[in-house]
Design a protein around this ligand. Structure first.
Ligand SMILES: C[S@@+](CC[C@H](N)C(=O)[O-])C[C@H]1O[C@@H](n2cnc3c(N)ncnc32)[C@H](O)[C@@H]1O
Length: 214
């Protein structure tokens, strides 16, 4: 049994965690994983994109963890709940997590002192707002709960992901999110140029190691 749990005693992380914990559905261990990845991306160019923001907790944590000057953190959500639920999705039917609003996310970003780098995008992504996101991405956090939404975001984002850039999938392996697990598994078996790892914490992580077509 492993017992190493650095998220418990990392004071910089704990400070950020306390600031966002009431605005997120993501647990401390997954937040620490996002924190750790962001801290390693200081020398990787490109902006951050999160699709599936809800009340802004994980997105603002990514913005607070970031130490690279000039980076933007795009936070995209319908703000009217989950969309595109389909036959691969075992527990979602659409409209879940609608109990949020742009003002909640903007308010959190202001309190966390990251409003200068956070750009909140309201609408279904990528159909809405994709033209407002830059074409170089260092980190993409996909937390949209269902197969088709996750796939559409991934297919839009991967050509814009720089080498060394990371995609973090929330919902992977969760009971009720079988659609996301299936989509990720299909993508990684059909596409080359990525390192892939997952654990039992509900995250899967994909790192781009070769440019498209290489
Ligand atoms: C589980 S919540 C996100 C949780 C959030 N990351 C946190 O820190 O608590 C999933 C969100 O995905 C959003 N969503 C799902 N599909 C979407 C899409 N295609 N475009 C924009 N938002 C989407 C829903 O509106 C919902 O707020």
């Amino acid at each position: 049994m492993a017992s190493h749990a650095p998220w418990v005693n990392d004071s910089a992380f704990r400070h950020v965690y306390e600031a966002v914990r009431n605005h997120t559905l993501v647990d401390m261990m997954r937040l620490y994983e996002l924190w750790t990845l962001v801290r390693q991306l200081g020398d990787v160019e490109g902006d951050f994109l999160e699709v599936g923001v809800w009340r802004g907790g994980s997105g603002c944590l990514m913005a607070m963890a970031d130490q690279r000057k000039g980076r933007s953190v795009f936070l995209a959500d319908t703000f009217s709940g989950v969309v595109k639920a389909g036959t691969h999705d075992t527990s979602y039917s659409g409209g879940e997590h609608a109990d949020t609003g742009v003002d909640l996310v903007v308010g959190l970003a202001e309190r966390c002192q990251v409003a200068d780098k956070v750009r909140v995008l309201a609408g279904m992504f990528p159909e809405s707002n994709a033209d407002r996101v830059s074409d170089k991405l260092a980190l993409v956090h996909i937390d949209v709960d269902v197969f088709k939404s996750a796939l559409d975001v991934l297919l839009w984002a991967t050509p814009r992901l720089v080498r060394g850039g990371v995609v973090v999938f929330d919902d992977y392996g969760f009971y009720g999110c079988e659609g996301v697990t299936r989509m990720v598994n299909e993508f990684v078996t059909q596409n080359q140029g990525y390192r892939f790892v997952h654990n039992l914490n509900g995250h899967a992580i994909m790192i781009k190691v070769a440019d498209d077509g290489e």
